[in-house]
Each structure stands twice: as C-alpha cells, then as structure tokens.
Ligand binder design. Structure first.
Ligand code: G
Ligand code: G
Ligand code: MN
Ligand code: NA
Length: 253
C-alpha cells in the first residue's frame, strides 16, 4: 500500500484527528484562540505527525480533500463549543500551498462555513510567508477570502522571503513569528533583534503579532517587554486532544 493510498483509506475510515493548541494574550494571559493541528491516528503505527504525511499529501494532491476535512472539522468543532456556551474564540487552520492555489478556494471555504453554521470571524486561515511570493496572486486570493469575513494570518513569519512593501497591501489580521526566532531569544542577540524588529514593524502596520514556540517564562518576559500581543507554546500548553481543549475553554469561561 502506498502512503497516498493509506491516507485515502484513513480519511474514509476517520483516522485523522485534530489537536488544538491554545493561544493567549500576553498582557492578560487570557485565552484568545485555538490552532487546529492535524494528526494521523494510524491503527498499527500509532500517532503519525504531520511532518511525515503532509508533504506526501501535498505532492499527490490529496491535501485538497484532507484540507477540506480539516477546515470542516475545525469549524464544526468550534461551532459545537460555542453551542455549549464556551467562550467564543477563533479557530486557526493551516492552509497548504496547494489549497491556496485552488481557484475555487473561496467557494469551498464559504460552503464549509454555511454547512457548519460558524460565523466567518471565528475562522482564521494561516498561510505561510512563502505562499505570498507571487504577490499578485496572493493579493487577489487574500482579498477574496477577506471578503468572506474570515481572518487571515501569516504563519512562520521571518523565515521566508518577506516583502514588507507588499505586506501592507495584504488584507491580513496578524503575523505569527516563527518559533525558530523565539527559541534562542535570550541567548542570541540576533534573534532578539529580529523579534523586536518584527513586532515594531507589525505594529507600525497596525498588525497584532503572536509568537510561536514559547517554552519558558524568560521568553515570555522578553516578548512582553517588547509588546508582543499573543503567544502559544509548551510553556502554557502543547497541542491537545479535543476533550482537553474543551476543558481549557471551560476554565477560561
Ligand atoms: O503539529 P506539528 O508541530 O507537528 O506540525 C508540523 C507542521 O505541520 C507545522 O508546520 C504545521 O503548520 C503543519 N500542519 C499541522 N496541521 C496542518 C494542517 O491541517 N494543514 C496543513 N497544511 N499543515 C498542517
Ligand atoms: O508551522 P506551524 O506554526 O503551524 O507549526 C505548529 C507546530 O509547532 C505544531 O506542530 C506544534 O506541535 C509545534 N509547537 C507548538 N508549540 C511548540 C513549542 O513550544 N515548542 C516547539 N518546539 N514546538 C511547538
Ligand atoms: Mn500554524
Ligand atoms: Na510556525
């Protein structure tokens, strides 16, 4: 069985799962969002991390179907939480390049929102910086998505080729600083300078910034001092299964 075939079976059997990582406001510690992260619960091999199958799904094109499943599942789950009276926060979903290049992406997202009944402001789409290289296409595509009323963030910011010039023309709602810059923020003055510069630049463009991969009090303190708006990371919580995510929302309510 090829990996591609196995993934098709897994999708049909319901072996994919979403984990959720909470996002917090730095100033208050308040829970402000949940990032949905895909996992494959393989019957024999156990939990397979996305790094091992997303590239293959991307190559084969299966990512389009899988991505639709992720979108629908995240929206459905968020709507369920809201129906239970839990605090309403946006759910963030990672888009792959292949999904971003689909001509009917807007219609697909629109249909999923309609089918799940989730209001568009409670869905955030994460695209990576590298997906905006074709500036003309990215601008047009992001404008279409923004028209739906969904939120858009730039993930892994700082790792790609960033055109600050074009950034200001994208209809985006926030930047996510890549965790590779956060890791050594207290040891490496270059990383510290980069993070401080990204925050300052984003704020000049009126964009909130969230830092990923925060693992220590020290890192959080640095980010707070530099007025970073949000964070996610093991320091507060790793990505957790749906039941644990629900508990976190309950505690926040
Ligand atoms: O959750 P984890 O750290 O293992 O994720 C590894 C990578 O897989 C990250 O870059 C993350 O953005 C990506 N990823 C996780 N879930 C999804 C998903 O649903 N769709 C896409 N396209 N990428 C995902
Ligand atoms: O590329 P993206 O930002 O979507 O990747 C998210 C990935 O980062 C998830 O797979 C998640 O498991 C991982 N992650 C989340 N928090 C931390 C953290 O504090 N440290 C590290 N090393 N990885 C993290
Ligand atoms: Mn992400
Ligand atoms: Na990232």
């Amino acid at each position: 069985l090829t990996m591609q075939h196995e993934m098709k079976l897994a999708l049909a059997r319901g072996d994919f799962r979403l984990f959720y990582q909470p996002q917090y406001e730095i100033e208050t510690g308040r829970l402000i969002g949940m990032e949905a992260l895909l996992r494959w619960q393989h019957p024999e091999r156990g939990m397979i991390p996305p790094g091992e199958f997303i590239p293959i799904a991307e190559e084969s094109g299966l990512i389009v179907q899988l991505g639709d499943w992720v979108l629908a599942e995240a929206c459905r789950q968020n709507k369920t939480w809201q129906s239970l009276g839990l605090p309403a926060v946006p759910v963030s979903v990672n888009l792959s390049m292949r999904q971003f290049l689909q001509r009917n992406l807007k219609e697909r997202v629109e249909r999923i929102l309609a089918e799940t009944g989730l209001e568009p402001q409670y869905l955030e789409l994460e695209i990576t910086e590298s997906m905006t290289m074709d500036v003309k296409y990215a601008t047009a595509c992001l404008l279409e998505l923004a028209e739906l009323g969904v939120r858009i963030s730039i993930d892994d910011f700082g790792t790609g080729y960033s055109s600050f010039h074009h950034l200001k023309n994208f209809p985006i709602h926030r930047l996510k600083i890549d965790r590779s810059f956060v890791r050594d923020i207290r040891q490496d003055p270059n990383d510290a300078a980069i993070v401080a510069a990204i925050i300052a630049m984003a704020h000049n463009l009126n964009l909130p910034v969230i830092a990923e991969g925060v693992e220590s009090e020290d890192q959080l303190h640095f980010l707070k001092t530099h007025r970073c708006d949000g964070f996610q990371g093991y320091y507060r919580s790793p990505p957790v299964p749906v039941q644990d995510a629900e508990s976190l929302l309950r505690e926040a309510g």
